[in-house]
Design a protein around this ligand. Structure first.
Ligand code: ATR
Length: 284
């Protein structure tokens, strides 16, 4: 069976998938642009991922967005990849081509870059404190480098992971990477223009990081890539300290835009109306 002729269909695959905002996000753009299409949420356990992807290809899906925990498995299924996916070793977008090839992309770094560009413009000459050294930190490093960041301190609970990440990415970026343990926060924070949290601490159900924000400059900005809750404990503390904050919704909207264009053929716009629509859903 194929779905050809039944409108344009794409999916978002994750486990769990219940809380994904992607269907709502793409649905908003589909309606706004009057496109006959749908983005379907698909909860798929790890062991079924490859099988489900093959079925969706056969069923005529245009492609899928991929979220936790499948981004590395998705990368492994691709026949071609963009530079961001290569650098991350992970794909959050699979595009199914008519000849059976699967193209993999990673739009997370672009999403963060565009969200940061919107809020801060260029990062030339700036010092950044990046919290975390996992997959999300890897993408964030590319975004920070694209915007011209001079220095990036990578602070991680396990310092060896920060060192490994710096060693792997330093040849690819011009920003100076300085890996350290999270316990060095007090020494590094005073020089930071921007703090970017990529750790899973602070997500719904996870305890927040215990950081003393008093050591930050009054002009520093704090960004959390987490969007559920929208105002994490870290952002709440930063606001209370009078600092500028950037939540994770900007990154989410901007990472979805290239996926939408790949699935449905039109470049959508990230607007205040879209943000309000998603905020309403998050608060519901
Ligand atoms: P992702 O791909 O989303 O980045 P990950 O690879 O599991 O996910 O990485 C999670 C990151 O959050 C890691 O940097 C992790 O620190 P460690 O490498 O030291 O484990 C960080 N992290 C998670 N919980 C944390 C906590 N309670 N305190 C400090 N760092 C935490």
């Amino acid at each position: 069976m194929t779905l050809t002729g039944a409108g344009k269909i794409a999916g978002v695959v994750g486990w769990p998938i219940r809380h994904s905002l992607s269907p709502l996000l793409h649905g908003y753009w589909l309606e706004e642009l009057k496109i006959d299409g749908a983005l379907v949420p698909l909860g798929v356990p790890r062991e079924d991922f490859a099988r489900v992807i093959a079925s969706l290809q056969r069923a005529g899906f245009r492609g899928v967005n991929v979220t936790v925990p499948h981004k590395e498995a998705a990368f492994a299924l691709t026949h071609s990849r963009d530079a961001a996916a290569e650098a991350a070793g992970a794909a959050n977008l699979l595009i199914f081509h008519a000849d059976g090839r699967i193209e993999g992309r990673n739009t997370d770094a672009v999403g963060l870059r565009e969200s940061l560009r919107e809020a801060m413009g260029s990062l030339e000459g700036k010092t950044i404190l990046l919290l975390g050294a996992g997959g999300a930190a890897r993408g964030a490093l590319l975004a920070l480098n694209d915007l011209g960041a001079a220095k990036v301190h990578i602070l991680n609970r396990h310092a060896d992971k920060a060192a490994l990440l710096a060693r792997a990415l330093q040849p690819m970026v011009s920003s100076q990477l300085l890996p350290q343990s999270l316990t060095h926060w007090g020494e590094a924070a005073g020089a930071a223009d921007l703090v970017v949290n990529t750790t899973s601490a602070g997500m719904k159900g996870h305890a927040p990081l215990e950081l003393d924000l008093a050591v930050l400059r009054d002009t520093a900005t704090v960004l959390d890539i987490v969007y559920n809750p929208l105002e994490t404990q870290l952002l709440k503390q930063a606001k209370a300290r009078g600092l500028k904050t950037i939540d994770g919704l900007g990154m989410l909207m901007h990472q979805a835009a290239p996926s939408f264009e790949a699935f449905f053929g039109t470049a959508p716009e990230v607007t205040p109306g879209l943000r309000a629509h998603l905020e309403k859903a998050l608060h519901a």
